[in-house]
Design a protein around this ligand. Structure first.
Ligand code: BTN
Length: 263
């Protein structure tokens, strides 16, 4: 058991992200709980952490495997003063912050796959699920849900994801105290979120591209029943993926599931 709430709360006291921690030994989904708290009006930077989730949610209505004692499941409530159309940028802010934090444990091996998967050795180690509540033309709050496989070993993953998912422990070969890691993640998210509020999306876009697993690769994006293929050129100022199709035409994709195609 590596959560010590007293120490966690002391370490995060006064910080923008994590100043208020809602901890649950077990919950349906930290995102759902954070959404409920958001509606209740809790301040920006409040976080929900769960030891395990019974209904962990992934993107596109998938589930997120969330056993106890091994990983990080957390949701952060933010209230950015930006238009709802710019909300995808916030989820890329979180991707960059988590990726940079993971770099401290495995330098040079962390990659980002659009929109927001974090990969180690080509396998997914972390997923981010952003959900939002709008009020008229503004954002009431955004929930950034982070699922990070920390100490789970290969045989503990469901068989069907063993070839596509990994954990930090699988890659670096030793266990990491989750509390130290989550404090680092909140601190780094605070740093990048403040940078975003002060200087806009451009610094985040640049950093995201440094970690990109996609630039120059052939990529397929599936959105609902539509498939788009092309060479990934980067992301634009909104956070959309830029593809070059086989006719030399540039396409911008704002949502979907991306796969890097093997030649
Ligand atoms: C993805 O599909 O890649 C996103 C996965 C996000 C999972 C996290 S775990 C904490 C938070 N609570 C949820 O129910 N989902 C997110």
């Amino acid at each position: 058991m590596d959560w010590n709430l007293e120490i966690l709360e002391k370490s995060l006291a006064g910080k923008l992200i994590g100043h208020k921690v809602y901890y649950y030994p077990e919950i349906g989904s930290t995102n759902d709980e954070a959404y409920r708290l958001g509606v209740d009006g809790v301040p920006e930077g409040s976080v929900v952490i769960a030891e395990s989730q019974t209904k962990g949610k992934g993107r596109n209505a998938r589930s997120w495997y969330s056993p106890a004692g091994l990983n990080i499941y957390t949701s952060v409530i933010l209230r950015p003063p930006i238009a709802p159309s710019a909300a995808p940028q916030i989820s890329l802010v979180a991707g960059v912050a988590v990726a940079e934090q993971l770099e401290r444990y495995c330098a040079g091996r962390v990659k980002l796959k659009w929109p927001n998967d974090i990969l180690l050795t080509g396998k997914k180690v972390c997923g981010i699920l952003a959900e939002m509540k709008t009020a008229a033309d503004s954002i009431d709050f955004v929930i950034i849900g982070i699922g990070l496989n920390v100490n789970m070993q290969l045989h503990q993953f469901p068989v069907e994801i063993q070839t596509i998912a990994t954990s930090l422990r699988e890659v670096i070969g030793y266990e990491i105290p989750r509390q130290e890691l989550i404090i680092g993640i909140y601190e780094n998210m605070t740093k990048w979120y403040k940078q975003f509020l002060e200087d806009g999306f451009e610094p985040i876009r640049k950093k995201w591209l440094e970690y990109s697993a996609m630039a120059g690769q052939r990529v397929q994006v599936v959105f609902r029943d539509k498939k788009i293929c092309g060479e990934a050129l980067g992301i634009d100022e909104q956070g959309s993926l830029i593809l070059l199709d086989k006719n030399g035409k540039t396409i911008k994709v704002s949502a979907g599931d991306a796969t890097i195609l093997k030649e």
